[in-house]
Design a protein around this ligand. Structure first.
Ligand code: PNS
Length: 159
C-alpha cells in the first residue's frame, strides 16, 4: 500500500493545497494531511481550527485523513509508518528552501523520500499569506479558498 504524508502549516488551507491533496489522493492509496508548526512562521489559526478546516474540505476523499503533530516531520513519518512526503512546488522561489528541507530530512532519516508535485497553473500565485493579507484588508478571497471554509477563514478578521 502506498501511503504518503502531505505536511504543511495550512494557515489556512487554500485552493492550491486542496488541488495537491486531490491529485495525490489519486496516485496514493492513503494520504495523511499533517498540520505541523513551521518554526519560521507565527500561525494565525490555531491547530484545532486548521485541522477542522482541512477535515471539512477533505471530506469527499475517503483515502485522505487529517492529523497534526508537534515535532519533526521525520518523527511524524516514522510514527505514521511511511517514508513518502509530498510537497507542492509553486515557483522557483519555493525550490531552494524545499530542496534544503528535503535534503535535511533525508540526512536525518535516509529512508525518507520527498516527492514534489508541481502546482496547478491556476494556483501558482496563491499562498496562505496572500489569502490572509487580502482577508485582513477586507478583500474578496472567495476565488482563493475552498467555499466550505470561506466563512471560517474570514471570521478571524470580522470580529
Ligand atoms: O506550509 P509550510 O509552512 O511551508 O510547511 C512547512 C512545514 C510545516 C512542513 C515545515 O516547517 C516542517 O516540516 N515543520 C516541522 C519541523 C521540521 O521537521 N522541520 C524540518 C527541519 S528541516
Amino acid at each position: 500500500m502506498t501511503k504518503a504524508i502531505y505536511p504543511g502549516s495550512f494557515d489556512p488551507v487554500t485552493k492550491g493545497h486542496l488541488d495537491i491533496i486531490k491529485r495525490s489522493s489519486k496516485i496514493m492509496d492513503q494520504v495523511t494531511v499533517a498540520v505541523l508548526e513551521n518554526p519560521r512562521k507565527i500561525a494565525t489559526y490555531d491547530i484545532e481550527e486548521r485541522v477542522q478546516m482541512l477535515k471539512i474540505v477533505t471530506e469527499p476523499y475517503p483515502n485522505v485523513e487529517v492529523d497534526y503533530y508537534e515535532g519533526l516531520l521525520i518523527d511524524y513519518a516514522h510514527k505514521n509508518k511511511t517514508n513518502i512526503i509530498i510537497k507542492g512546488l509553486r515557483a522557483m522561489s519555493d525550490f531552494e528552501f524545499e530542496f534544503q528541507m528535503a535534503l535535511v530530512n533525508q540526512k536525518l532519516n535516509p529512508s525518507i523520500e520527498t516527492l514534489f508535485m508541481m502546482t496547478n497553473n491556476k494556483y501558482s500565485y496563491l499562498s496562505s499569506s496572500i489569502v490572509k493579507e487580502i482577508a485582513g484588508l477586507r478583500g474578496d478571497i472567495s476565488s482563493l479558498v475552498p467555499p466550505e471554509v470561506h466563512d471560517i477563514i474570514i471570521s478571524k478578521y470580522r470580529s
